[in-house]
Design a protein around this ligand. Structure first.
Ligand SMILES: Nc1nc2c(c(=O)[nH]1)N[C@H]1C(S)=C(S)[C@@H](COP(=O)(O)O)O[C@H]1N2
Ligand SMILES: [Mo]
Length: 212
């Protein structure tokens, strides 16, 4: 038990020295669960992921279809606005960039933002450009296992910091919707659930953009 406390401090010191600990954050070895409302049940027979809005054609994937899409694995540090950070987390799933490159989603030239829609009406918004970068993933797996129900099973958005990729915008972790069911492409930005509640719209972890 005390061993864990010392190890946590050592690990935190190491990521601090590596420049990977954003201001106001501390390292956790746990994986806290944070969300508003209940955890939905997953029914693979009725689940779908829909894409609509500023796209040439609407898209709908069933669960089986979604699992046939091209996949990637990404290692990132994730930073929650409630001040915990978790390092070297490994996510597997589908990249929006790949779906667009392979013309599986065809955004109109006017598309600039995307609203993630989750079960029970939860939403969160990001610029399309941010969601096309290497540090955003539509994730089905965490550290080699399917997501657990309270972390977003079967599908969630994830965004984090890839060490060495200071060129990529890194918003706080709430900008990834758990229990994701839809992607709405937009010409103009529209605030999501926490953003409407006063959280910062850009949410840059390095600038400590927590609240607006
Ligand atoms: N559907 C849904 N997704 C959500 C939220 C939520 O309330 N509902 N909360 C966000 C917030 S505030 C955070 S910090 C992360 C937490 O993810 P975790 O529970 O896997 O740590 O999920 C984000 N995604
Ligand atoms: Mo959060």
């Amino acid at each position: 038990m005390f061993g864990n406390i010392f190890r946590r401090r050592e690990d935190e010191e190491r990521v601090r020295e590596e420049g990977r600990l954003p201001p106001g954050q501390s390292l956790t070895q746990k994986f806290p669960v944070l969300h508003y409302g209940p955890v939905p049940r997953f029914n693979p027979a009725t689940w779908d992921l829909r894409v609509w809005g500023e796209v040439e054609e609407d898209v709908r994937w069933t669960w089986d279809e979604f699992m046939q899409l091209p996949r990637r694995k990404v290692m990132m540090d994730i930073h929650c606005v409630t001040r915990w950070s978790k390092f070297d987390t490994v996510w597997e799933g589908v990249s929006l960039r790949d779906l667009i490159d392979q013309k599986l989603i065809k955004p109109k030239p006017s598309a600039r933002f995307v609203l993630q829609h989750a079960e029970y009406g939860f939403t969160t918004n990001l610029p399309l450009e941010v969601m096309l970068a290497d540090n955003f993933l539509l994730a089905t797996h965490f550290n080699g296992e399917p997501l657990s129900p309270d972390h977003g099973y079967p599908l969630r958005g994830v965004i984090g910091y890839i060490p060495g990729r200071g060129d990529l915008a890194t918003p706080y972790f709430w900008k990834g919707a758990k229990w994701l069911r839809g992607l709405e492409f937009l010409t103009k930005d529209r605030l999501g659930f926490w953003e409407q509640a006063g959280y910062h719209n850009e949410a840059d972890v390095w600038k400590e953009q927590r609240f607006s």
